[in-house]
Design a binder for this molecule. Structure first.
Ligand code: AMP
Length: 132
């Protein structure tokens, strides 16, 4: 059972800011910024590969509300909305959740590695490989 299932069942405590039939939103226990929130589907889908589109869409609806509330209540200037998708990306809990992290002008937080440069023709090759 994932830690989020235990939270949903009420077996371990959390600071809940939203709940409905299919989604909860709680404060992350180890926030990257104060107010860092996790929007979690109640059904367990490990990654976005498994989650039905209507559930993902509803999760994003709640993300929009959390973002709006962070701007109003915390005076956040922006948010990072992040899904760690599979362990290789840093996902620790295999139960789909969306991080919403409040950001402030000049807060100095950085989540991404430095930008790379494509070699000649490489962008074209990647573009071909990734064409959907
Ligand atoms: P991820 O690496 O995307 O799987 O993120 C998992 C997140 O869950 C981390 O940011 C953890 O700090 C957070 N987390 C783990 N246990 C708890 C808990 N009991 N309550 C709230 N957040 C938690």
């Amino acid at each position: 059972m994932t830690v989020f299932e235990m939270i949903i069942k009420g077996d371990i405590p959390s600071t809940k800011i939203y709940e409905d039939d299919s989604v909860i939103a709680i404060l992350d226990i180890a926030p990257r910024a104060k107010g860092h929130t996790l929007v979690i589907s109640k059904n367990v889908y490990p990654t976005i590969e498994e989650v039905p589109l209507d559930v993902l869409s509803h999760m994003m609806e709640i993300v929009k509300k959390v973002d709006k509330k962070m701007r109003l209540a915390l005076k956040a200037d922006g948010t990072n909305v992040i899904i760690n998708n599979s362990p290789a990306s840093g996902q620790e809990v295999p139960h789909l959740h969306i991080h919403v992290i409040p950001r402030f002008k000049d807060d100095g937080i950085s989540f991404f590695p430095p930008a790379l440069k494509y070699e000649e023709n490489e962008a074209k090759e990647y573009g071909e490989k990734l064409k959907i």
